[in-house]
Design a protein around this ligand. Structure first.
Ligand code: BTN
Length: 239
């Protein structure tokens, strides 16, 4: 895979055919924007100790090193990335994409992408996996949120490089807005894509109706008329 990055994210760019996880290939000496992508991960990581599994050559799997300002809340980065991935997915598909707090991108209620932000000393390694060319039988069957790829969504096989380039370009755009103005600066793009809003949800034993992702990136839930704010967790929802 070859990449001509549009901006400063994606430089330097490294592609590896096979690795355990691209999350482990960026270190303290790398500059902000350094990116590693892989065709195959043998120990791809998801959130909350889960695995990220994709057959070789079918998905976009990459990590980018960011050095956010110390006064910004790092958990918000997953949402910043979610907006960027949703933009790139919408450009590729011509269909609306939504963000399931805190880190999934959905199309037609199915998960096409996941985001993993791991803190390092003075840096964050942001990992993104996007299902592009997997057939239905190549997607994880038992995922909590049913999985889809761009191929299973509209039947078209796509080159991955241009989509990766667009994700990085949109990430740079939203990341720069966020650096300057926090989540407020991208809140219109985020709030309008909030998948959970208005749904019955459960998080860590708490059940209620999701009100919204708030301006600090937390999930606000109405539990029997009382507003509760969730900082992090795994949400299950009713259809
Ligand atoms: C999730 O859905 O829980 C997050 C999935 C994140 C997967 C990406 S693929 C590139 C990077 N390397 C990893 O091991 N994980 C992330």
């Amino acid at each position: 895979m070859n990449l001509e990055p549009e901006g400063r994210l994606g430089r330097p760019f490294r592609f590896v055919a096979r690795t355990e996880s691209t999350q482990d290939l960026l270190g303290p000496d790398d500059p902000e924007g350094a990116t590693v992508a892989a065709d195959e991960q043998t120990a791809g990581r998801g959130r909350q100790g889960r695995r990220w599994i994709a057959p070789p050559g079918k998905a976009i799997q990459f990590s980018v090193l960011l050095r956010p300002p110390p006064d910004r809340r790092q958990p918000e980065l997953s949402l910043v990335a979610g907006v960027a991935v949703a933009d790139a997915v919408e450009e590729a598909l011509g269909l609306a994409a939504q963000i399931k707090w805190p880190n999934d991108v959905l199309v037609n209620r199915k998960k096409v992408a996941g985001i993993l932000a791991e803190a390092r000393v003075d840096a964050v390694v942001l990992g993104i996996g996007l299902n592009v060319n997997q057939r239905r039988d190549e997607l994880p069957p038992d995922a909590r949120t049913p999985a889809a790829s761009l191929l299973t969504t509209d039947g078209l096989e796509r080159a991955r490089e241009p989509i990766l380039g667009r994700i990085l370009a949109r990430l740079e755009h939203h990341y720069d807005l966020w650096r300057e103005g926090g989540l407020d600066a991208i809140y219109v793009d985020l709030g309008s894509r909030d998948f959970l809003r208005g749904r019955r949800v459960s998080v860590d034993g708490l059940s209620g109706t999701a009100v919204k992702i708030d301006r600090l990136g937390r999930l606000e839930i109405d539990v029997g008329g009382q507003q509760r704010t969730i900082e992090s967790g795994e949400v299950t929802y009713e259809r």
